[in-house]
Design a protein around this ligand. Structure first.
Ligand SMILES: *Cc1c(COP(=O)(O)O)cnc(C)c1O
Length: 354
């Protein structure tokens, strides 16, 4: 087995059956040719960099990315000779203009955090293909129940399994999937060498979480949609971001890309912007009964987070306003309570702000 003659497992760090079973299930969910499970979402991104990039390569980063993604590829990557440019991926023509002869990867999120913009994956895949660059899509806010980026032309898809995929906030795990067009030969060796291997117990727990993914997603997306619709014109709010609302700037793209085709779900996350800023946001969260504050997302319970003081706390005032966030911005991750309960709870607490 150590010589690679016979298949099997020798040492947990180089691979174990629970990771393979979980990776195979995720591979099928994404219609992927390849899949690997790693110790976290961040290590899945490290794996993509270490397996597919080399010093001197240029990477295009979306201007709306998970903060640690920018830290990893931008800051850490620069120590290893990776050059990055941030670009607004809502406009594929601008991405095209930012391509250089050394561009080897384009990194984007299906649904961005926290203002929930939706990119045109097919159009970005075309730009990547013409440039000879891999399109890597972080699909954490969607999951394969809502979007399958590889089927839309992406080369690599990443999930933080920690979130809605596992769905019970009790493990940290990541996933990297690749399409048929990707040369996967380096991946297993890189994963073991750099020690990014997952915990077998966590894989077993996540496999159990995945069994209920479709029903959890249906329930959570329905609640998110009802909350977005129910609070759309609320006098305490200056706006709501939800791709399922007709007025959302990329509603049409979301409708075309999201699943089930024809009658799609639009995700389990909704973002509110309170007119009263930080003060109103603080009071709203304090007044809420039955919905807890939590910076993560994709749990069995509905949770709220406050981007300006958590995920985006390192941003300057200018960066915050460019991202469409202020102290009154609150992100909701719908869980499995009834939509009526969640909506009522939010409304009651909003009424106390008057
Ligand atoms: C949480 C998250 C990650 C990182 O995943 P971990 O499992 O926490 O390492 C990456 N991208 C997005 C969009 C996330 O929400």
């Amino acid at each position: 087995m150590l010589g690679g003659v016979e298949a099997g497992f020798v040492y947990q760090r180089d691979g174990h059956p629970n990771a393979d079973v979980l990776a195979e299930k995720c591979r099928r969910l994404h219609g992927a040719a390849h899949a690997a499970v790693t110790s976290s979402g961040m290590s899945a991104l490290s794996l993509a960099m270490l397996a597919f990039l080399k010093p001197g390569d240029h990477v295009l980063l979306s201007s709306r990315l998970y903060g640690k993604t920018v830290s990893l590829v931008g800051q850490e990557g620069s120590r290893w000779g990776i050059v990055t440019t941030q670009v607004d991926m809502l406009d594929p023509a601008r991405v095209q203009q930012a391509v250089t002869p050394r561009t080897r990867m384009i990194i984007v999120e299906t649904i961005s955090n926290p203002t929930l913009q939706v990119v045109d994956i097919g159009a970005l895949a075309a730009v990547g293909k013409a440039a000879g660059a891999l399109l890597l899509v972080d699909n954490t806010f969607a999951s394969p129940a809502v979007c399958q980026p590889l089927k839309l032309g992406a080369d690599l898809v990443l999930e933080s399994l920690t979130k809605i995929m596992n769905g019970h906030s009790d493990v940290v795990l990541g996933l990297l999937c690749g399409s048929q067009s990707v040369d996967w030969t380096r991946v297993p060796g890189v994963l073991g060498c750099w020690g990014m291997t997952s915990c077998p117990w966590a894989c077993w727990v996540c496999e159990r979480g995945l069994m209920t993914l479709p029903v959890r997603l249906q329930a959570a997306c329905r609640t998110a949609a009802e909350v977005a619709t129910g609070l759309r014109n609320h006098p305490q709010l200056r706006g709501i971001d939800y791709p399922g609302l007709e007025g959302h700037p990329q509603h049409r793209i979301a409708r075309n890309q999201f699943l089930p085709a024809g009658d799609p779900m639009f995700g389990h996350v909704v973002t509110f912007h309170l007119k009263g800023g930080l003060q109103a946001a603080t009071r709203w969260m304090a007044e809420l009964e039955g919905i807890e504050y939590c910076t993560s997302l994709g749990e069995a319970a509905t949770t709220l987070s406050h981007p300006a003081s958590s995920s985006h706390r390192a941003c300057t005032a200018g960066e915050l306003s460019a991202a469409g966030i202020d102290g009154g911005t609150i992100r909701l991750s719908a869980g499995l309570e009834s939509p009526e309960f969640v909506l009522e709870s939010l409304k009651l607490a909003l009424a106390r702000l008057d």
